[in-house]
Design a protein. Structure first.
Length: 408
C-alpha cells in the first residue's frame, strides 16, 4: 500500500490485498441478492466503528465527530460504495489532510458534507434506487441518516448488511498478524510501565498515565484503561464517573489493583489485563484471588486454544472451573454487563469468536483472541487477560512478555 500522511499503514497491506478484500465483500453481498454494498465507518478521535473502511480501503477519517453547521456536516463519517454494476470502489470522506491519490480505491470524493456528497455519487452511479446492503449502521447517526434521506429526496430501500465485513475480518492475513504483533508489543510495554508505577501515595491516574505515555511513544492510542483499586477493587470500573478512574485517592499499602489496557497501533488492537497489590506483599486471601485469575487463563483456557475449538466450549470450561473453585455465586458486578471469558481482536476491540455460552464459532488459524477473567472473593477481586494468535497446532502467545505475577 502507498502510505500517506495521517493514514495508518496497516502493516504493509498491499493494494492487491485491499482489492481482494473488497471483492470478497462484494461477492458476499451479491450472494445475498444485493446490487452492492454501502459500508459506513466513523473516525476522528474515536477508536470505535472505523474498522470496516480501514480494512477495505485503508482510510480513517481524521475529522472529529462535530455537530453539523452550515459549513460542514457528518464529520468523521466515511462511506465506501462497492458496486456490483461495474465493480468499482468509490469512497466519500471528509477531506482533512487525506492524500486521496494514496488510497487504494478507484475513486475518492473529499467533502465537508459527507451525506450530501454521498447522495450525489449514488445518483451519478444510478444506485440511489438500487438494492444496496448497508454495513456499519453503528457508524451513522440519526442526524446523518436524515441528511442522506433529505439529499436523496426519498428514503432509500437499502437492506441491513451489518456484520458482513466484520465476518470477513475474523481471520487475519500475514500482513495483519504482523500489525497485531506490533500492537501487542506496545501493549506489553504499556502495561509493564503502568504496573511498574504502582506505589503507595500515587493515584490511579498516576499509574494509568505511566502506561498511556509508554503506549503513545510506541505510536498507540488507548481506547480506555479501566482500573480499580483498594475499596473499589470489587468492580471492573473503580469509578463510574468521568473519567472512570480516581485521580485524587492515594493508593495505600496492601491495596489490590487491577487494570485492563486496550488501544490501537496502526488501527490494530492490543488487549491485556493484570492485577497486583500495592507494596507487592499480598495477604493470603489476596494471593488466592490473584493466583486464581492467572490459573483460570493460563492453566484452564490457554490449553484449549487450537483449531476446531469453539468459543462456547471455552466458556463452558471456564464456568465449570469456577464452580469447582467455589466462585460461581460471588456475584461480581462486571459479569452482569459482560458475561464472557474473552473475544476476538483486530481492527476493533470486540470481534468473533466471542467466548460466551453456546457460541459456535470455530477457532481457525489466523484468528486473534483475548482470553480474560474477572475473579474475586468477598475480600477482593482481580482481572487477568492474555491475547493469542490461533496457529495450525495451537496458539502464539502475544502478551507473555508482560509478567503474570507482579507480587512477591
Amino acid at each position: 500500500m502507498r502510505s500517506a500522511a495521517n493514514i495508518p499503514d496497516p502493516g504493509g497491506v498491499t493494494d492487491a490485498e485491499f482489492a481482494e478484500r473488497r471483492a470478497r465483500a462484494l461477492d458476499a453481498a451479491m450472494a445475498s441478492g444485493l446490487d452492492g454494498l454501502l459500508v459506513l465507518s466513523r473516525g476522528g478521535t474515536s477508536l470505535e466503528w472505523y474498522a470496516d473502511n480501514l480494512y477495505l480501503a485503508g482510510v480513517h477519517s481524521p475529522c472529529q465527530n462535530l455537530a453539523d453547521t452550515d459549513l460542514w456536516a457528518d464529520h468523521s463519517l466515511s462511506a465506501l460504495i462497492l458496486s456490483a454494476v461495474d465493480g468499482r470502489a468509490t469512497l466519500v470522506v471528509n477531506g482533512g489532510d487525506l492524500e486521496a491519490d494514496a488510497l487504494p480505491v478507484d475513486e475518492v470524493h473529499t467533502t465537508t458534507h459527507v451525506a450530501r456528497t454521498l447522495a450525489d455519487v449514488l445518483r451519478a452511479q444510478r444506485l440511489d434506487g438500487a438494492k444496496l446492503g448497508i454495513d456499519g449502521s453503528e457508524a451513522i447517526s440519526l442526524k446523518s441518516w436524515r441528511n442522506l434521506v433529505s439529499a436523496l429526496g426519498h428514503e432509500p430501500a437499502y437492506e441491513n448488511a451489518d456484520g458482513l465485513v466484520r465476518r470477513l475480518r475474523v481471520v487475519k492475513s500475514p500482513a495483519e498478524l504482523d500489525r497485531v504483533r506490533a500492537a501487542a508489543r506496545a501493549g506489553v510495554e504499556a502495561m509493564s510501565a503502568l504496573l511498574g508505577a504502582v506505589a503507595e501515595g500515587r493515584t490511579e491516574a498516576d499509574v494509568v498515565a505511566a502506561g498511556v505515555a509508554e503506549f503513545m511513544r510506541s505510536g498507540g492510542m488507548p481506547l480506555d484503561v479501566p482500573v480499580a483499586s483498594g475499596p473499589h477493587a470489587q468492580r471492573y470500573w473503580g469509578n463510574v464517573d468521568v473519567p472512570n478512574l480516581h485521580g485524587t485517592r492515594r493508593l495505600e499499602h496492601g491495596d489490590l489493583l487491577h487494570a485492563d489496557f486496550y488501544g490501537a497501533v496502526g488501527g490494530y488492537f492490543t488487549d491485556l489485563a493484570r492485577g497486583t497489590v500495592v507494596g507487592g506483599r499480598p495477604t493470603a486471601a489476596q494471593r488466592e484471588v490473584l493466583e486464581l485469575g492467572v490459573a483460570l487463563i493460563e492453566d484452564v483456557l490457554l490449553p484449549l486454544v487450537r483449531p476446531g475449538t469453539t468459543g462456547g466450549e471455552v466458556h463452558a470450561a471456564a464456568s465449570h472451573w469456577l464452580v469447582e473453585q467455589g466462585l460461581a455465586d460471588e456475584g461480581l458486578a462486571f459479569w452482569d454487563v459482560f458475561p464472557t471469558f474473552g473475544h476476538g481482536l483486530g481492527l476493533s476491540i470486540l470481534e468473533e469468536p466471542l467466548i460466551v455460552a453456546g457460541n459456535e464459532t470455530v477457532f481457525a488459524p489466523g484468528m486473534v483472541i483475548a482470553l480474560e477473567a474477572f475473579v474475586g472473593r468477598t475480600a477482593g477481586a482481580t482481572y487477568f487477560e492474555h491475547s493469542v494468535i490461533v496457529t495450525p497446532d495451537g496458539y502464539e502467545l502475544l502478551t507473555g512478555d508482560c509478567p503474570s505475577v507482579w507480587w512477591q
